[in-house]
Design a binder for this molecule. Structure first.
Ligand code: R5P
Length: 299
């Protein structure tokens, strides 16, 4: 039976691109709130015997989780052969350890809830730091799409003489991959996070890169503090206004505006979270991951 793609609200564009790339039908589902704030879901397309692929990026996850799990349950109860999740951005991966007594490892709980609701998961560059692999927390098959080749292709087409800058050691893994693919030099800085919005970044020898276009790459831009702090250092050292690339444009509150005011030359992101800065499409890479999980040939 041919797979069916369903979009959670706000994910229509990605779901449409995915269905097109997979050569399968984009189905219909109703997801809305009752007046009391509870969720109502209904699968409108025929799912009997078919693999169902639900697309839901998971920034601002707390509002999305209940209707998402309900939609997966509705698909399953209406006869879907299996139900997979494409979450271009996977939430809660940063709370991967108990930092202080009394806390919990949210990453583990979130993974448990999704593993109970879905048969498999495809995502883009999840924040793997103290958790080395998704299989440590997810009990279902997973595929990680790497944005590096799409980001490197964008860089080659749009930026002359880039020097890739990773704002912290955690970003090293993504930035090194992008730098290698774009055949560009690389600098990884050192960050100390003192609070949610209090970040200090040390900048080593930037003199060497004065004639290059600095390109900051980070997996997640949330408050923007990491990038803003780094921009400040680079500008004070006399470097050009950097291009800021976010794999996941989470951008809480006024972060995008603050980033521009801080002196970002341009802010660019992958389309894993819908945002005006989206310029790099990940749909084709996600489609390949879905084909692997569904064991169907890539069209
Ligand atoms: C760190 O763990 C991540 O790789 C990002 O550097 C971080 O999430 C960025 O957060 P913010 O934009 O709030 O500084």
């Amino acid at each position: 039976m041919t797979p069916l793609v369903l979009a959670m609200p706000g994910n229509e564009a990605m779901a449409g691109q995915l269905a097109l790339a997979l050569g399968v039908e984009l189905g219909m589902a109703t997801v809305r709130r009752f007046p009391d704030g509870e969720s109502y879901v209904r699968v409108e397309s025929a799912v009997q015997g078919r693999p169902v692929v639900i697309v839901c990026t998971l920034d601002r996850p707390d509002d999305k989780l209940i209707p998402l799990l309900l939609l997966a349950a509705a698909a399953r109860e209406n006869g879907a052969a299996d139900v997979g999740l494409v979450a271009p951005y996977l939430a809660y991966m940063r709370q991967d350890v108990r930092f202080h007594p009394g806390e919990t490892v949210s990453a583990q709980h979130f993974a448990t809830w999704l593993s109970r609701g879905f048969d498999w998961l495809a995502t883009v560059d999840p924040h793997l730091h103290r958790i080395a692999d998704l299989s440590q927390v997810y009990a279902i098959p997973t595929r990680r799409v790497h944005a590096a080749s799409a980001v490197a292709a964008w860089l080659r087409a749009h930026v002359t003489r880039p020097v890739l800058v990773g704002p912290d050691e955690e970003s090293g893994q993504w930035v090194a991959d992008v730098a290698q693919r774009a055949e560009a030099p690389l600098v990884v800085l050192c960050k100390i996070r003192k609070g949610d919005r209090d970040v200090e970044v040390s900048v080593p020898d930037v003199d060497r890169w004065r004639d290059y276009t600095p390109v900051l790459v980070d997996d997640i831009v949330s408050t923007g503090r990491t990038m803003i702090e780094t921009i400040g250092h680079l500008r004070r050292a006399g470097m050009a206004a950097p291009i800021c690339i976010a794999i996941h444009a989470v951008f809480s509150g006024s972060a995008a505006r603050e980033l521009e005011s801080a002196g970002a030359g341009r802010v660019v992101s992958c389309d894993t979270v819908v945002h005006p800065s989206n310029a790099i499409s990940i749909a084709h890479d996600l489609a390949s991951a879905v084909c692997e999980l569904l064991q169907i040939p890539r069209t």
